[in-house]
Design a protein around this ligand. Structure first.
Ligand SMILES: [Zn+2]
Length: 251
């Protein structure tokens, strides 16, 4: 068979392979998006937990501090009772008052820290809800992908064999041209030539509708062994049999 006909055979099976795999591809893309979003939420969760730990550690430090202030104050109260003169009494009392002020400052700080922890706990609930929701979506996205893969597996395996057979009889350079155009146009690698006006010898590319030069047409009519690309969209051009008959009735 001439090259163009072999390419048309490959084009047909290649389109079917692409059509079949595109359903799986879109399910894969969707699953990837879900996975990425889940990772972001997990990161947010880890950050939230880290921040809560820091605030809680600070609260623990404050409580140790206030505890030792309390111990110190109760010792001083004993000293207060044992004070032998007014001067000693006033000195101890002054120290107690200073400690009470320090304790008050610690208490204020602890309240601020506790408020921060509470805010973070609220966010943690929200994060957890979003995480669970995303996991549910992710699970169903993974199941959907599996279903689609299973659905097409058998048919795809068959088509892959056909595609390989069709590709094997095409010369390497023509095949790589074909593959690269097919990749660019999601399988739409070939385009028929349409007759616009037979008398005026006007022809166009059925894919992009732009004018085909007479030179390109002549090359195609002359031999089916040459690849002629559309000057505008780059697709590989071919002539349908009825078009060929219309242009060259003798053949
Ligand atoms: Zn074109």
């Amino acid at each position: 068979m001439p090259l163009i006909e072999n390419l048309l055979a490959l084009y047909s099976v290649d389109k079917q392979v692409r059509g079949l795999t595109s359903r799986v591809e879109s399910a894969k893309i969707y699953l990837n998006v879900q996975e990425r979003q889940l990772k972001e939420i997990e990161l947010e969760k880890a950050e939230n937990s880290q921040q809560r730990k820091q605030h809680q550690a600070h609260i623990a430090t404050i409580e140790t501090e206030t505890g030792s202030i309390d111990d110190r104050v109760s010792h001083l109260r004993e000293d207060l009772n044992k004070a032998v003169n007014e001067k000693q009494y006033s000195a101890v009392l002054a120290e107690i008052n200073t400690l009470k002020e320090q304790r008050k400052a610690f208490e204020d700080e602890e309240l601020t820290e506790m408020a921060s922890v509470e805010t973070l706990e609220e966010s943690a609930k929200d994060i957890q809800a979003r995480l669970e929701e995303r996991q549910t979506v992710l699970t169903s996205a993974a199941a959907e992908l599996k279903t689609r893969e299973t659905e097409i597996a058998e048919q795809l395996a068959e088509l892959e064999v056909q595609r390989e057979a069709a590709a094997s009889i095409i010369p390497d350079d023509a095949l790589s041209t074909f593959d690269s155009i097919a990749d660019d146009y999601e399988g739409e690698s070939m385009a028929a030539i349409d007759v616009e006006d037979l008398k005026r010898r006007e022809y166009s590319c059925s894919s992009c509708s732009l004018r085909i030069s007479l030179e390109a047409l002549t090359t195609l009519l002359g031999s089916s062994e040459n690849i002629v690309a559309c000057g505008s969209c780059d697709r590989i051009l071919y002539l349908k049999e009825d078009t060929r008959q219309a242009i060259c009735p003798a053949k």
